[in-house]
Ligand binder design. Structure first.
Ligand SMILES: Nc1ncnc2c1ncn2[C@@H]1O[C@H](COP(=O)(O)OP(=O)(O)O)[C@@H](O)[C@H]1O
Ligand SMILES: [Mg+2]
Length: 307
């Protein structure tokens, strides 16, 4: 932490046009039924197909006209996306379509990348995430992050879980123990580790380590949990446990989860957003996206015809 990339909130269309001068900006066809992937990919300001029911939800995060460039390469194009509070939202789409980039923009972990530029904004409970006055460390505390590969710290299970409280200077043993037990129970790990919480976390299995990372994230009482393919390094049994856990956490937490596993998205999420080449193509209730998508490209992807 410490690099200070250009976060130009005032980036104008002119600048973005410059960056994408090589591509002709194509206006999208009026007939959405005929829309093709090629047309979506050629469109810099593609208007996503967002199902009405999303607007009936209370949104905790609101992505507004969000664009992102790695150097001169644009990775996200004009994303507009409300994230429903207390629900599980899955981000799906072929590898390289920008799922992780979008997720990592929410807690500004991308800030650490040299040459990164953004345009537009994201709001958390109505307040800009990208405003110059935002304390990024505080912001990240409000959002727990779980990565693809479990990353327990080389310390005991107990110290992993209470890490954020230690950082905040909490010393009361009773408080720490209580939070530890509650978080481990919340992450469906307590029964498996209660007799060895002072042993190294590195001795746990991969699946247990991932649930430990979830326990560590929820111990900080975040407003949002961000998960980037949390099961991709796990075997099917451990994956099932994480999926059950996501289901249990729903309601209590807002979860935004990247997955390339279609079954996982359909099992574990309430809403699904389908992305393609940096565009948000279609976004709606998971059941509708999987059984009755509005756009042909969504249907093609969901049914495994490409990607
Ligand atoms: N740190 C980076 N520097 C440059 N380009 C990147 C970086 N991270 C991702 N990209 C590019 O941005 C695009 C989106 O990547 P990513 O968000 O990782 O996709 P996904 O998670 O959907 O597989 C890809 O073309 C990828 O190569
Ligand atoms: Mg990714």
């Amino acid at each position: 932490m410490g690099t200070n990339p250009v976060m130009d909130k005032s980036m104008t269309t002119t600048e973005s046009d410059l960056n994408t001068a090589a591509t002709t900006s194509v206006t999208q066809p009026d007939d959405r039924d005929q829309l093709t992937l090629e047309q979506i990919a050629a469109c810099d300001n593609f208007k996503s197909e967002i199902h009405d029911s999303l607007y009936q939800e209370t949104s905790i995060i609101n992505v507004k006209d969000f664009n992102l460039w790695y150097g001169t390469k644009q990775a996200l194009f004009n994303i507009n996306m409300p994230i429903a509070e207390g629900q599980v939202t899955a981000l799906v789409g072929p590898s390289g379509c920008g799922k992780s980039t979008l997720l990592r923009s929410v807690n500004r972990i991308n800030d650490l990348i040299d040459g990164l530029h953004i345009g537009g904004d994201m709001l958390l409970n109505g307040t800009s995430i990208y405003d110059k006055s935002v304390d990024v460390i505080e912001l990240r505390k409000r959002m727990g992050m779980v990565f693809q590969k479990p990353n327990p710290f080389p310390m005991s299970i107990f110290e992993n879980v209470v890490y954020s409280l230690r950082i905040d200077g909490e010393r009361n043993k009773g408080v720490l123990e209580e939070v530890c037990e509650r978080s481990l129970r919340g992450a469906a790990l307590w029964d498996e580790v209660k007799d060895r919480i002072h042993e190294s976390a590195l001795g746990l299995s991969g699946g247990q380590q991932q649930r430990l990372c979830i326990a560590r994230a929820i111990a900080a009482e975040p407003e949002v949990l961000l998960m980037d393919e949390p099961c991709s390094a796990l075997d099917p049994i451990a994956t099932g446990k994480i999926e059950d856990l996501v289901e249990e956490l729903r309601g209590e937490y807002t979860i935004l989860m990247v997955t390339h596993n279609m079954q996982q998205a359909s099992r574990a999420s309430n809403y699904t957003a389908f992305m393609y080449l940096g565009r948000l193509v279609e976004y709606g209730p998971t059941r509708d996206i999987f059984t009755n998508p509005h756009l042909r490209p969504t249907e093609d992807y969901i049914s495994g015809r490409f990607g």
